[in-house]
Ligand binder design. Structure first.
Ligand SMILES: [Zn+2]
Length: 137
């Protein structure tokens, strides 16, 4: 799939709407190309009390459910259909899924078409500075 096709798929999943007073979704949409060559989609979920999560993490969760943790490319669009860059939570989340994701490409702009690697968004991950963190022994 080209970036243009990924953009079209992401835009086709936008469906901004409120599902009552405490839940809205579909204002942001993401498409992830896994290292397995499959594509995963997700939209944002915004719930009351600060719960919910971004479209990128929604798509990544589906990818992990399918047994894949490595990402090749991500396209994320906002309500206006334009590419969005990942928030800090998504940057960290994706890097922790797999160290390979440092090389994952994000579409930053459509015209001109420009991509950026996760390692450029997160140049100094804490894991590099604290290689034993997370080991319980
Ligand atoms: Zn995010």
């Amino acid at each position: 799939m080209t970036y243009e096709e990924m953009l079209a798929l992401a835009r086709s999943k936008l469906n901004p709407r409120a599902y009552g007073r405490f839940f809205s979704a579909g204002f942001v949409s993401a498409v992830i190309e896994g290292a397995n060559g499959k594509y995963y989609t997700g939209v944002n979920l915004d719930l009351a009390c600060g719960l919910g999560f971004c479209a990128e993490r929604n798509a990544a969760s589906t990818m992990v459910t399918d047994g894949e943790t490595a990402v090749r490319r991500i396209v994320c669009v906002g309500e206006d259909g334009q590419p969005m860059t990942p928030c800090g939570c998504c940057r960290e989340f994706l890097l922790q899924l797999s160290p390979e994701n440092a090389a994952a490409e994000f579409l930053v702009s459509e015209r001109p078409l420009r991509v950026k690697r996760l390692s450029e968004f997160l140049p100094d991950p804490w894991q590099k500075e604290n290689p034993t963190d997370g080991a319980n022994s």
